[in-house]
Design a protein around this ligand. Structure first.
Ligand SMILES: Cc1cc2nc3c(=O)[nH]c(=O)nc-3n(C[C@H](O)[C@H](O)[C@H](O)COP(=O)(O)O)c2cc1C
Length: 201
């Protein structure tokens, strides 16, 4: 491979979350290439517990939206949030879903795990997250933007039911993917010395 380390470093450092997309479509083959790269991520025991659900039909998107915002509404009501705030959040979430050129739900298949130890479950979740980042970086390599969206984590069962997914598939998050229509603001990174600790003799 002919990649210069500095180039790859710049590439990795330049990925940013994109939340506004143009109307330009994403080719099916491009998405498939990106998903293929995602499946090259490391996974605990090499079990590849990830499942990628491309939510592409208007009726499925609408069912997903209803599931996610139904739970969102219930959670906010339980916290006594004012109705206007709840409605605004629900509306904005449905709007963001409708604007996403591609929606990819990332699930962990619990049946792909070897054991029921909590650490094993966590390793499965970590593996899915790794595939998620790999997906986002592969999209970035195609000049596409992505953002990881956590909402399905709050409505796992509802999401599974809405999309008629197998019972063992546990939604971990979703990625919106499309052609960027925004330049993200400069990122405020923590100083390296606040996050790196050396233990040396
Ligand atoms: C686990 C996880 C959950 C996230 N959930 C959301 C989300 O629900 N909505 C959203 O707009 N961004 C979400 N993000 C994106 C973060 O806000 C974003 O990565 C962070 O602000 C850093 O910006 P950058 O991705 O441009 O470097 C999530 C990111 C991660 C890793």
């Amino acid at each position: 491979m002919n990649l210069q380390p500095a180039e790859l470093q710049d590439f990795l450092r330049s990925r940013r979350s994109i939340r506004k997309f143009t109307d330009a479509p994403v080719a099916d083959e491009t998405l498939r290439e990106i998903l293929k790269t995602a499946t090259c991520a490391p996974s605990a025991h090499g079990m590849q517990p990830w499942r990628f659900v491309v939510v592409d039909s208007p009726s499925a998107i609408s069912a997903l939206g209803a599931a996610l915002t139904g739970q969102m509404r219930a959670d906010m009501q339980a916290e006594n949030a004012p109705e206007t705030e709840i409605s605004q959040r629900v509306e904005r979430s449905l709007w963001r879903l409708s604007e996403a050129p591609k929606i990819i739900l990332l699930c962990r298949d619990a049946e792909a795990q070897r054991a029921q130890h909590p650490a094993e479950e966590q390793m499965g979740i970590q593996s899915v997250a790794m595939a998620g980042l790999q997906l986002m970086l592969a999209a970035h390599a195609h000049g596409l933007g992505t953002v990881w969206i956590c909402w399905p984590l709050y409505a796992g069962a509802e999401t599974r039911r809405a999309l008629k997914l197998p019972a063992s598939w546990q939604p971990q998050g979703m990625v919106f993917l499309g052609h960027p229509a925004e330049e993200p603001r400069e990122k405020n990174l923590k100083p390296l010395d606040d996050v790196i600790f050396y233990i040396q003799d």
